[in-house]
Design a protein around this ligand. Structure first.
Ligand code: RIB
Length: 294
């Protein structure tokens, strides 16, 4: 098995995580159980997940000049992610205020900080995207930056995997550059027919695994191992990163591996802290189901 080279363009945040019995209603004050700070951000989570799952990964993103920045850089390097494409921009880093309830469900508010100031890909970023096997993106950085990167990937034969999260309207030109879209149920509903022309659509289904619809319209559903859920934050990102690593093995094998990775990511609190390593994923993926055609 060759090791794919994956360029991840996206956000990196410090997650400010509060655990509570339940999430507050509007106007209500409740007492929380605990507070912790864990590096996250959809881009960084996906880069870390791909690296821990066995990929060679380069992260293209931005941190600020604040006290959080060194910890954000460190979490990438400690997971083996190449940070030569990580820019430092003046001002605060990105943060996410997250509330996790006793059922493991979360609510998240992201304040973009440096991520919102990630301008178009540099010459070095373009070289990296062209050299990569896969470009993996989400939508927590400016859309024009994503558009330029995916166009460059398409022009250079790099496979584009887009996790259009948080869901928003995108140009038809951008969608035409996407080879694989990875969405959850809510995003699938929100994006509707925009997803129709994407050759491979992968929809994550939480505890029910994930579904793949290919270019010929045929669909399969793959389930993952069942686990005790502590916190779902970052599970979708872990799925996307692991999927990218195994995509060349075909959708069914890649999704089975990704389902196991995503399930394991729900068993510990915190986004980056919960992302599993390859050996753990391989052990867990032996217990999912292969792929039911329907
Ligand atoms: O997908 C989970 C991530 O969304 C969190 O880590 C948070 O930073 C937000 O970007």
């Amino acid at each position: 098995m060759t090791t794919p080279l994956i360029a991840v363009l996206g956000s990196i945040n410090m997650d400010l995580v509060t655990t509570t019995d339940r999430r507050p209603d509007p106007g209500e004050t409740i007492l929380g159980r605990a507070f912790t700070m864990v590096p996250g951000g959809k881009g960084a989570n996906q880069a870390i997940a791909a690296s821990r799952a066995g990929g060679r990964v380069l992260f293209l993103g931005a941190i600020g000049t604040d006290v959080l920045a060194p910890q954000l850089r460190a979490v990438l390097t400690e997971s083996g992610v190449d940070t030569t494409g990580l820019r430092t921009v003046e001002g605060p880093s990105g943060i996410a205020a997250i509330v996790v309830d006793s059922g493991g469900e979360n609510s998240i508010i992201v304040v973009g900080g440096a991520n919102a100031r990630l301008t178009g890909p540099s010459a070095a970023d373009r070289t990296a995207v062209a050299a990569a096997d896969i470009l993996l993106c989400q939508l927590e950085v400016p859309i024009p930056t994503v558009e330029e990167a995916v166009r460059h990937a398409r022009d250079n034969g790099t496979t584009v995997i887009l996790n259009p999260s948080p869901a928003q309207r995108l140009s038809r030109e951008l969608w035409n550059c996407v080879d694989v879209a990875v969405v959850n149920r809510g995003e699938a509903e929100n994006l509707g027919s925009a997803l129709d022309g994407v050759p491979h659509l992968v929809t994550t289904l939480g505890a029910d695994g994930a579904r793949h619809r290919g270019p010929d319209g045929a669909a399969i559903t793959v389930t993952g191992p069942s686990v005790d859920v502590v916190d779902t934050t970052g599970a979708g990102d872990t799925f996307a990163g692991a999927l990218a690593v195994r995509w060349s093995q075909g959708p069914a094998a890649a999704i089975r591996f990704a389902c196991a990775a995503g399930a394991l990511a729900t068993t510990t609190l915190g986004a980056s802290a919960s992302i599993p390593w390859r050996a753990e994923i391989e052990a867990a993926s032996a217990t999912g189901s292969g792929g039911a055609h329907h």
